[in-house]
Ligand binder design. Structure first.
Ligand code: RB5
Length: 151
């Protein structure tokens, strides 16, 4: 299974821990940066990971200080459903109910141990479909029809 992962400078240390765990579990990792502690703009990283997710049909992981900015940026892209998760429950729900294709994590919010549990839960939980599929279809409709918030 391929995982595209990226972070800004605030998420660099946590990204390394997550990559180590992913590799130990035999995931194929596509590292979209950043690769140093030099300050970068999280929308640039969100764009790179989202591109991998859409072109490969793989799962993505994004990390910034809070997970908020980088998920907001990723969610501007058609077909991306990025969810900021701060615990295992929200990680499970993001997959079961929202079919999230990107997990966003805040490196300044959760410690490494919890972050790894969040990643494991997200990667090991399936979309429940059923009534939730109809809601995802409505999100797709919004992507195509409600760009400026007008009917
Ligand atoms: C960077 O300082 C910080 O703003 C960024 O990592 C993120 O938390 C934004 O949402």
């Amino acid at each position: 299974m391929v995982i595209a992962i990226g972070c800004d400078h605030a998420g660099l240390a946590l990204k390394k821990e997550i990559i180590n765990w992913l590799k130990s579990e035999d995931y194929e990792v596509v590292d979209c940066g950043t690769f140093s502690e030099e300050s970068v703009d999280y929308p640039d990283i969100a764009y790179e990971v989202a591109g991998q997710v859409l072109s490969r049909g793989c799962t993505g992981i994004l990390i910034c200080g809070t997970g908020i900015g980088i998920s907001i940026a990723a969610n501007k892209i058609d077909g991306i459903r990025a969810a900021v998760c701060e615990n295992e429950f929200t990680a499970r729900m993001a997959r079961q109910h929202n079919d999230a294709n990107i997990l966003a994590v805040g490196a300044r919010v959760v410690g490494t141990g919890l972050a790894l549990e969040i990643v494991k839960t997200f990667l090991n939980t399936d979309f429940e479909a059923g009534r939730h599929a109809r809601r995802i279809e409505k999100i797709h409709w919004l992507e195509k029809n409600a760009e400026r918030g007008v009917n």
